[in-house]
Design a protein around this ligand. Structure first.
Ligand code: ZN
Length: 453
């Protein structure tokens, strides 16, 4: 066992206790929830970092967002690199509490870990950063900037802030620890995220509903027109059939079909849709999902031709495709259709860019070494599904920095769902990985003569 591992193992009892304290605070930064627990979690995180030896811990208040904890440890020597460590201390609301096997804000032991709301997403990763700082007695071999956000889950104005204050967020590499492993025990770097956009398609055919006995057969049903249009979005295999949406091979790892079926809760006998590898279907190819439909409900349906129908579509596109361009392709596709000669009104909605990490630099080299050291096996690459708007903001503030996405979560930890849990093995290994990462990265910088970025 390396000395890093021994040190981290000796810290785990304290880290677990701090995680339990943090996870027992219902820091839900959503409208309608009290602000006090958010403040309490903020204060606890700031105090833990201060006590761990972070010399500068500040509170960043911005309009319409919970306070951000900023911490800074200057580089130990001129020429040493600076690493920005990100996580968030707010959590999702617990949802239907009756679905929880224990109260969501009473951290409860489960096999190999703890169950609580937000314990994996993302409080364990806050604690992982803390663990790294503690392991080095507050003096890691790199400069450190800690950014612990307080309103990630609801969304906030913070994502647009870093580019307005680039000095403060300047770094050579950043670890966005709002992530974890594809499965426990498999160290995983998330290197991509698909772009996303929305499109609303609308059909109006009649002034108002008309008796289906008297008018049906000639008066056009708006819902049928819309459904015919939606039916053209995929081919017979379930692959997206809209032209101009980028799709490429996925070169990293992916779920087994069995893992994916179980994670997605796909019912027995129901096949998956699309063709090609799961990585290609989920991460390096497009997906179109109908996320909303305005139509008469089954229970309240009357014998009438439907005059109006509307659908909201969510499109996910290849990480390197401009989501506005992809959105334009979908809009053009829908506008070109005229089911029964009837045009649709199609409106583009919001769009957010994807992300693809450059994996050839020194920080990736150091991270691969570190993850292997921590988990004893080679790191895998995956993409992620959840959006991380802040990454784009941070990347704009520090355009030369390498961005690493890893952490103490795993795909089986029930994020944003009842009975969320985190495993001590993953937390412990994440702390080891962070320690090994900064050691490797600093050494690489020294070899390269410093200032490589
Ligand atoms: Zn999160």
């Amino acid at each position: 066992m390396t000395s890093i591992e021994a040190t981290v193992d000796s810290l785990m009892g304290g880290l677990r206790a701090d995680l339990e304290r943090l996870a027992s605070i219902p820091s839900i930064a959503f409208p309608g929830y009290p602000p006090e627990p958010v403040e309490e979690a903020h204060a606890l995180v700031a105090a833990l970092l201060r006590d761990a030896g972070v010399p500068r811990v500040e509170r960043l208040d911005l309009p319409d967002t919970a306070p951000v904890v900023l911490g800074e440890i200057p580089p130990p020597e001129p020429g040493a690199p600076t690493v920005l460590l990100y996580a968030h201390y707010d959590v999702q609301p617990p949802g239907d509490v009756s679905l929880w096997k224990s109260p969501p804000f009473e951290p409860t032991p489960v096999e190999g870990g703890l169950r609580a709301c937000g314990i994996a997403d993302d409080k364990a990763n806050v604690i992982a950063h803390l663990g790294m700082v503690r392991a080095y007695g507050g003096r890691p071999p790199v400069g450190v900037k800690l950014v612990i956000e307080g309103q990630e889950e609801y969304g906030s104005a913070f994502e647009s802030h870093p580019p307005t204050d680039p000095e403060r967020f300047a770094c050579d590499a950043m670890v966005i620890a709002d992530h974890g492993n594809i499965r426990p025990g498999t160290p995983t770097l998330a290197t991509g995220l698909r772009g996303a956009c929305e499109v609303v398609a609308e059909v109006r055919t009649l002034d108002e509903p008309r008796h289906s006995g008297e008018f049906g057969g000639a008066a056009p049903d708006a819902l049928l027109v819309l459904l015919k249009a939606l039916g053209t979005l995929h081919d017979v295999h379930g692959d997206v059939a809209v032209e101009g949406l980028r799709r490429e091979d996925w070169t990293g790892t992916t779920y087994t079909e069995e893992e994916f079926r179980s994670l997605a809760g796909v019912r027995e006998g129901v096949p998956l849709i699309g063709s090609g590898s799961l990585g290609e279907r989920l991460w390096s190819g497009p997906a179109i999902t109908v996320i909303g439909l305005d139509a008469p409900s089954v229970d309240h349906g009357v014998s009438a031709v439907v005059p109006y129908a509307r659908a909201r579509l969510n499109l996910r596109c290849h990480p390197r495709q401009d989501p506005r361009e992809a959105q334009g392709r979908l809009v053009a596709h829908l506008r070109s259709l005229k089911p029964f000669g009837i045009p649709l009104t199609v409106r583009p909605g919001a769009a957010g860019p994807g992300y693809e990490a450059a994996t050839g630099g020194p920080a990736y080299r150091a991270a691969r070494t570190a993850l292997k050291e921590a988990w004893g096996t080679e790191a895998s690459y995956v993409a992620t599904g959840g959006s991380i708007p802040l990454v784009n903001g941070l990347a704009k503030a520090a355009p030369g920095a390498e961005v690493l996405l890893f952490g103490a979560q795993d795909s089986m930890c029930n994020l944003h769902a009842p009975n969320e849990r985190v495993l001590f093995s993953e937390l412990r290994n994440t702390v080891v990985a962070l320690c090994a990462f900064v050691r490797e990265y600093a050494a690489d910088f020294r070899r390269a003569g410093g200032g490589a970025a």
